[in-house]
Each structure stands twice: as C-alpha cells, then as structure tokens.
Write a protein that binds this ligand. Structure first.
Ligand SMILES: Nc1ncnc2c1ncn2[C@@H]1O[C@H](COP(=O)(O)OP(=O)(O)OP(=O)(O)O)[C@@H](O)[C@H]1O
Ligand SMILES: [Mg+2]
Length: 366
C-alpha cells in the first residue's frame, strides 16, 4: 500500500505527475489539514531509520473547515504559511490527506480476464457506489489480490474533485506543492506499520479521535481491510462546554485542554460523558467490522487523535469493547535529537502526530 498507494495515483491523475516521485536525499513532509488544526511533520533518513526534524501545529479558527470541506481558504493558507515560517521549512513538496463524506472507500471484487480491462471494469462497477455525479469525482484503485479465476480484489477510492482541488489549491497558495494526496486511513495504517511490528495474521484497530470525527482503520496483513468514519469528535465536547458554561468557543476549548489551569468539575463531568459516547462509537465500529468481515478478529486497539487525551478514554474503550486499548505512540520507531525535542514534548504531541507522521512516511516511501 505504501509503495504504490492510491493517494499517489489520485495525485498523479489530477496533476499529471510522474509516478516515480523522487525526494532524493531531501527531507519528507507530511501536512495534515485537520478540522481544528494543521499539523506538520518533517523527517529525514538517518541510516535505516527516520529521524524527526520538525513537528509543528497551528490552531484553526472554529469555522475554517466545516464537514471536512474548506470554508475559510485564507485561514488555511495563512496557517500553513505560519507553520512553514515557524519551522523554517525548506522542503516544498508535501504529502497531504483527505477524509470525510466527500471521500468514498469501497473494497470490491471485479472479474476480468485481461488486466488491461481492469480499470474500465473497476470504474464501471464503481459508479453504483458513488453518490455524486460521476463527472464530479476523481477515482483510483489499488489491486489487493487476484485469483486464478480472474477475480480481482480491489480497494476503490473516489473523491469529489472540488474538495480535492480546494485542499491542493490552499497548499499551493501557501507556497508548497501537494505532490501526494493520500487519505487519513492510509496515513494511520502507515504510521501503525512503522511503529508497531505485528504478525501479519493479527488485525489491529487504529482509531483516530479528532475534532470532528472518529476514524477507524482495521489493519490486517498490510491492508486497511475496514474503514469507518463517524462524524463525532472533540468539537461536540467543546460545544457542550460552551453551552453549559455559556462560554465562547475559544474559552471552552482552552478550558477543555487544561492549558495549565484546573479543569472545573462540570467540565470533567461533560468530558466523562463524551468519553463514554466515544467509547460506544468505537465499539460500534468494531462490531461493524466483526459483522461485515471474514478477517481475523481485532486483537487490540490503538487510539490516536487529540481527543484520545480525554482522561480515562483508553479504559472506557477497553470496557466498552473488551479489547486491550492504548494510546499509540507514533514516535516509537522514530529517532530524534534530545537537545531539540524532550520526551515530555513528544508525549504531549504524540496523539496529534499520527496522521502527519504517516503522511511523511508515505512521502518517503520509495
Ligand atoms: N487534553 C485534551 N483533552 C481533551 N481533548 C483534547 C485535549 N487536547 C486536545 N483535545 C481535542 O482534540 C481535538 C484535536 O485533535 P486533532 O488535532 O487530532 O483533530 P483534527 O485533526 O483537527 O480533527 P479531524 O481529524 O477530526 O478533522 C480538539 O477537539 C481538541 O479539543
Ligand atoms: Mg485529524
């Protein structure tokens, strides 16, 4: 998946780039445009391992991204520029990702004798799964396996062209080049594979709990065999705090994340309720996977995303699902200079670094 990923092909399709993207000896950059903040990870090869050069994050205004579509382009462009300046980033080529309802991911089986007919066949079959006008989408697919009787298992990705272009345009306006457009699920899979060597017979659920979504990718034998995107996340909790305590978005957000101040009991109670809701959502995803898949049962859950910091969430997820659960560390296998990054800093940013790190690794995949 990492080598010939769909994201790369989507990017190729749109901008006609060569499939052999070469970053040479340069650093590689993953840029995650989330609905609450933009995160950037820059890595460089150090021997056989990847070394962290930079990590940065810029908070977005409340309504810059709504339903994962960019509403305030200027805020996105200026935030990317701020990050680039803060980190003194030299590399222009970045890997970005998309998520949300404008994205369709579908695993399907097509039967074609001649591989040259595969693309036509996949795109023909795909139309029935795409709830948009087919002229408005960009499609690509990845072959997962092909049997002797010509049955080909493929993973289809389709995205609304307008959404793809709005993300790419913002990156370009900020002075960078989105050389690869991936999707959050594949970034999570990449991040997981790099940091958690797991037997290929084991299925692991990587769950990213961000500001607007719970994204579950069940990774099995090197493939995200199951993905689910539920539109619930940290912003729901911020809204609840706003409403109950009669606060602005910014004040509610800062109260929620602590920021050195004690969290009032009322906020703690709301957090616990939200934690239970999120745990139920994770359970729903796992149940869905179990019901719809013949793959291996999930052996453990890794949580990522800023909202995985809700106190006690791992335990709540563990109780709801009955599966061992822990917060993922995307820096497990990444080296770094202790004079630049402290252990405490990396632990604090670890949950929000999984997607941008997976994207940087994707950019660096040869
Ligand atoms: N200490 C904390 N306790 C609770 N929530 C937190 C904490 N720190 C961050 N969050 C929440 O995490 C969310 C941000 O996480 P993240 O950066 O993963 O989201 P995003 O990538 O912007 O969103 P999405 O991927 O859903 O579009 C915010 O809702 C924020 O309030
Ligand atoms: Mg995110």
């Amino acid at each position: 998946m990492a080598k010939n990923g769909i994201g790369q092909s989507i990017s190729n399709f749109i901008s006609g780039l060569s499939s052999a993207l070469s970053f040479g000896g340069e650093s590689v950059v993953g840029l995650s445009i989330g609905s609450s903040s933009i995160k950037l990870v820059e890595l460089k090869k150090s021997g056989k391992a990847w070394k962290l050069l930079h990590f940065g994050m810029v908070q977005l205004p409340e309504d810059a991204i709504i339903n994962r579509e960019i509403v305030n382009q200027i805020a996105i462009i200026e935030s990317i520029k701020t990050l680039v300046n803060q980190l003194k980033l030299k590399t222009k080529n970045v890997c970005i990702s998309l998520s949300g309802t404008s994205l369709i991911i579908k695993r399907m089986v097509v039967e074609v004798k001649n591989v040259r007919e595969l693309q036509d066949s996949v795109f023909w079959e795909a139309e029935q799964y795409i709830p948009f006008d087919i002229s408005e989408v960009v499609m690509d697919y990845q072959v997962l396996s092909r049997s002797k009787d010509y049955k080909t298992d493929v993973l289809l990705v389709a995205v609304k062209r307008s959404v793809l272009e709005s993300y790419m345009n913002c990156v370009q306006e900020a002075g960078l080049k989105a050389k690869i457009v991936d999707i959050d699920f594949f970034a999570l899979q990449n991040c997981f594979e790099a940091n958690y060597p797991t037997s290929s017979a084991e299925a692991v659920a990587v769950v990213d709990i961000g500001a607007s979504a719970v994204k579950t990718a069940v990774c099995y034998a090197g493939i995200p065999v199951f993905t689910k995107d539920s539109a619930v996340g940290g912003k729901n909790l911020t809204s609840e705090i706003q409403r109950n305590l009669n606060l602005s978005y910014v004040d509610a957000e800062s109260l929620k994340v602590g920021g050195g101040q004690a969290i009032p009991q009322e906020v703690s109670d709301l957090m616990h309720i939200m934690g239970e809701n999120l745990a139920t959502e994770v359970k729903r995803s796992i149940d869905f996977y179990n019901a719809s898949s013949t793959g291996a049962p999930v052996s453990y859950i890794l949580l990522t995303g800023g909202s995985s910091k809700i106190p006690g969430l791992s335990k709540l997820v563990e109780d709801a699902t009955g599966l061992p659960t822990q917060i993922a560390n995307p820096f497990n296998s990444i080296s770094y200079d202790p004079a630049v990054f402290t252990q405490d800093y990396l632990s604090a940013v670890a949950p929000i670094a999984a997607v941008p790190l997976g994207l940087a690794l994707r950019a660096g995949a040869k």
